[in-house]
Write a protein that binds this ligand. Structure first.
Ligand code: UDX
Length: 441
């Protein structure tokens, strides 16, 4: 890969920022990354990724050793070191579903004060359309270098669990710019990827902001579409798994993100959907706001449906019943439990008096922190001991290898609810289990 060796800074080393910093070093740049959280800075400097992401830690260590990646708590150092600054701070869900932009503003304000020569700031955080343009004015007003400071926006589409691969070889690179100078700079920074055939799309700031938030909304619409079909299937006695398979062969529809089940969660899709809905309302585009409200409702409705099924299987009340839950991460391949559908279902069942024991290959420490009432089991078998009902809520591959007969020997009742629609129901039934699959009557 061609080495361009630019001096870059990355501001905010959460999920997005740490991955971006590591991957920018991997494609040949000199990176100084900064965060206000000194614990994160200390861990990253010691070669420790503080979240589970396959392949990230080895690359982090590689570039600490190569000297191309360093961390600091001082944003002034980052301002002085780099001529391109990537803004990667969080935009959590604020009131009324709006994106909370306070971290973006405060990071930009702190950086701006130290910008005494021309540079490019590239926002990567997910923001509603219309955010960047006024921020650019604000930065120019605050920076000693004034108009020599430019702001571009380049949204990030990485998926947790595939973050490194998605960052090194993205489907496309999207750049919102307001000058030719910014285009030239960005082409230089991303030359290793653009020269390797990654499509680079340059556009205005608002369109770039919108690409990210509408891409996530589209994925959410697709998932909620198949989950709405699951409701129809349950009502009519059809099988949503077979339906999704048959729909997916149509190339115009495609099979990806057409997986029925407990619906979407995580740190991005739900909050971006709500932030987009709030923005659409403010912009007076009621059709989008209504569409996204329905998508959100369908998504949350699947969680309620699973709880209803669990309650029904327990004879009408979950109070005092033992529920074993397989999987608590918001999806397989991550230890992230932010807006995890499983964690939500677990919490609500505990509130109804159920004794919930969870198992997850990697997310249990995070689940225990998020909800200390939940019991954590070291193995599937331990989770299932004495259970009145077993719920499959996150589709880790390990769970497809469970021996239903062996597990049947430790539960109190052989009742399984497969909310992710991927277990081999016939083999569980053969082993004497009463199996309910979401989207199958
Ligand atoms: C998502 C986007 O994919 C990514 O481009 C963006 O940058 C951040 O948000 P991520 O949060 O890592 O990435 O999760 P993703 O793999 O997209 O899954 C989102 C949720 O949808 C998960 O809860 C998953 O279980 C669910 N999902 C996904 C389904 O319910 N059915 C599907 O068919 C696919």
């Amino acid at each position: 890969m061609e080495t361009t060796g630019q001096r870059l800074s990355v501001i905010g080393i959460g999920y997005l920022g740490l991955t971006h910093a590591v991957c920018m070093a991997e494609i040949g740049h000199d990176v100084l990354a900064t965060d206000i959280d000194s614990e994160k800075v200390a861990k990253a400097s010691a070669g420790e990724a503080f979240f589970y992401e396959p392949g990230l830690e080895p690359l982090l260590r590689k570039h600490l050793e190569s000297g191309r990646l360093r961390f600091t708590s001082a944003i002034a150092d980052a301002a002085e070191f780099a001529h391109v600054h990537f803004l990667c701070v969080g935009t959590p869900q604020g009131t009324d579903g709006r994106a909370d932009l306070s971290y973006v503003r405060s990071a930009l304000d702190s950086l701006a004060g130290y910008l005494s020569s021309g540079c490019l700031i590239v926002g990567k955080s997910t923001v509603p359309p219309g955010t960047a343009r006024p921020l650019a004015e604000r930065v120019r007003a605050l920076a000693p270098a004034g108009d020599e400071v430019e702001l571009a926006w380049s949204p990030e589409f990485l998926r947790e669990g595939f973050a490194v691969a998605d960052s090194l070889r993205p489907d496309r690179l999207v750049f919102g710019v307001s000058s030719e100078r910014a285009v030239v700079r960005l082409r230089e920074v991303f030359a290793p990827q653009l020269d390797n055939g990654v499509p680079g799309l340059f556009m205005d700031l608002e369109t770039a902001e919108l690409v990210k938030i509408s891409a996530n909304a589209f994925l959410a619409v697709k998932i909620s579409y198949i989950n709405a079909m699951a409701e129809v299937c349950e009502a009519v006695g059809a099988d949503v798994g077979k339906l999704a398979q048959a729909l997916g062969y149509d190339e115009r529809i495609g099979s990806r993100f057409l997986g029925p089940g407990l619906g979407f969660g995580g740190g991005c899709l739900p909050k971006d959907l709500r932030s987009f809905r709030a923005a659409a309302r403010e912009l007076g585009v009621g059709s989008v706001a209504d569409l996204l409200s329905t998508v959100d409702e369908i998504n949350l409705g699947r969680r309620t449906r699973v709880i209803e099924l669990a309650r029904k299987s327990a004879g009408g009340s979950l109070a005092g019943k033992r529920v074993a839950v397989l999987g608590v991460a918001f999806k397989p391949g991550t230890d992230d439990v932010r807006d995890s559908p499983s964690l939500d279902v677990c919490g609500r069942m505990s509130e109804e008096g159920a004794i919930v024991t969870v198992h997850d290959p990697v997310a249990m420490p995070n689940a225990a922190r998020a909800n200390p009432v939940l019991r954590c089991a070291a193995s599937v078998r331990e989770a299932a001991e004495g259970a009145d009902v077993v719920l499959h809520l996150t589709e880790w591959a390990d769970y497809r290898a469970i021996d239903p007969a062996a597990l049947g020997a430790v539960v109190s009742r052989r009742v399984l609810i497969d909310a992710r629609c991927v277990l081999d129901a016939p083999s569980w039934r053969e082993a004497g289990w009463d199996v309910t699959v979401l989207g199958q009557s």
